[in-house]
Design a protein around this ligand. Structure first.
Ligand SMILES: *Cc1c(COP(=O)(O)O)cnc(C)c1O
Length: 410
């Protein structure tokens, strides 16, 4: 459902998020851990509450009207995701429990396709979710894993990618935006080059979808995955977009109810797409709420989101860079509103702990991306990640908090 774009007024938008007015350790909460999970607007919370109050029931199998209502809303969400991602068919949208689950589904499917003569390509900028399932796939099939290296700027070295590609390459998997550094990868070129050698490609869009509306048709991508909880939706819901021909080729991931056409003890035939990949009772309420989250984001408008977040990023980068001894990792120009940093001689965990005492929520550690930390030879970073509902005032609080932490720790 297209909505009118509202005038961007961050103070008004913040009123949609009840959690943003709470206190943390006696201070006003400053939530800057949006790359780990986003906060939930009242419009989405109301949909969750309405489901359990008024039409909680199992989908697809009930003759009663309650089940019909839940089924209609669940399938309506599928159409919302289809239109949001610009997929050709609704049955190319598979609901999963998250990005991790969606990647595992695809990796499992390729077990029957790959062998020891094949190669697959990952990048140095990946979240562990987009590394480990493929390593497991390679162990099972004997296929060889190759890695696109990164540079100091936090960018992928595409000339090295060119050298890795060959007619042995069967599959490439790269993220759209890095969760640890915020780098926006040139996925158009990465996809085109993979297709140039006949390889399929999966894009991990978990970190991109809060900021960008992906167009899977224009990208011509084979698989695109994301999580609802990073885009104002609930946890436990994610999406796998797959081209129809690939989803028809891959075997089912899990066996169970809902995914079959006929079951006897001699033989089971599988249901058509998308049900073939949605075994068991799904997160009905979560999927419906995911549709509401997509409506909400489109209501704010992705151009508004990008413009505001860019302003936050520019301001925060200037202010933090001015602190002596502070280093920002992956300073590439092509990045979203994530700042990963350290201060000379101070452990990131100690900075995070002091910020927490001031009500400021940031993440510290390796951010599920240890290969990036290894590249910079550090144990981890402090990561501040901004959303469209953050303010310049909150950045000021972060900067003065970091200065205080520095003074206390050095
Ligand atoms: C968060 C994230 C994941 C994992 O998502 P889950 O919701 O935990 O399954 C994978 N890749 C990237 C880039 C992420 O940011």
């Amino acid at each position: 459902m297209p909505q009118q774009h509202i005038e961007f007024d961050v103070r008004k938008i913040r009123e949609d998020f009840p959690i943003l007015s709470r206190q943390l350790n006696g201070e006003q909460l400053v939530y800057l851990d949006n790359a780990a999970t986003s906060q939930t607007p009242i419009q989405v919370i109301d949909v969750i509450s309405d489901y359990y109050k008024n039409y909680n029931s199992n989908i697809h199998r009930g003759v009663h009207s309650l089940s019909q209502e839940a089924t209609n809303k669940y399938e309506n969400s599928r159409q919302k995701v289809q239109s949001h991602f610009n997929a050709k068919f609704p049955h190319e949208i598979i609901f999963t429990s998250g990005t991790t689950d969606a990647i595992n589904l695809v990796a499992h499917g390729f077990e029957t396709i790959l062998n020891e003569n094949d190669e697959v390509i990952v990048s140095a900028l990946e979240h562990h979710s987009n590394i480990v399932p493929w390593q497991m796939l390679c162990e099972k099939t004997g296929a060889v894993l190759r890695v696109i290296p990164m540079n100091e700027e936090g960018e992928l070295v595409l000339s090295e990618y060119d050298k890795l590609l060959s007619d042995k390459t069967k599959l490439v998997f790269v993220n759209h935006i890095s969760n640890a550094l915020g780098t926006i990868n040139p996925i158009e070129r990465i996809i085109e080059k993979a297709h140039g050698v006949g390889a399929a490609i999966l894009i991990d869009g978990a970190q991109a979808c809060p900021h960008i509306r992906p167009d899977v048709l224009a990208l011509d991508v084979d698989f695109y995955v994301a999580s609802a909880h990073k885009m104002c939706g609930p946890t436990g819901v994610g999406v796998l977009y797959g081209k129809e021909k690939w989803l028809n080729t891959l075997p089912p991931y899990q066996g169970g109810g809902e995914m079959i056409s006929e079951v006897t003890f001699e033989k089971t035939t599988y249901a058509d797409l998308p049900h073939k990949f949605e075994a068991g009772t799904p997160h009905v309420c979560g999927v419906i709420a995911y549709g509401a989250a997509i409506d909400y984001l489109n209501g704010i408008g992705f151009e508004n989101i990008q413009q505001h977040e860019k302003e936050l990023l520019t301001y925060a980068t200037e202010q933090l860079t001015a602190i002596e001894g502070l280093r920002i990792y992956g300073p590439t120009k092509n990045k979203t509103s994530v700042i990963s940093f350290n201060i000379n001689g101070i452990h990131p965990y100690d900075i995070g702990t002091i910020l927490d005492k001031m009500g400021i929520a940031v993440r510290t550690g390796h951010h599920c991306a240890q290969p990036i930390m290894d590249y910079y030879k550090i144990p981890g970073t402090v990561r501040a990640s901004f959303s469209f509902y953050n303010t310049l005032d909150e950045i000021d609080k972060l900067v003065s908090g970091v200065k205080k932490a520095k003074a206390m720790l050095s």
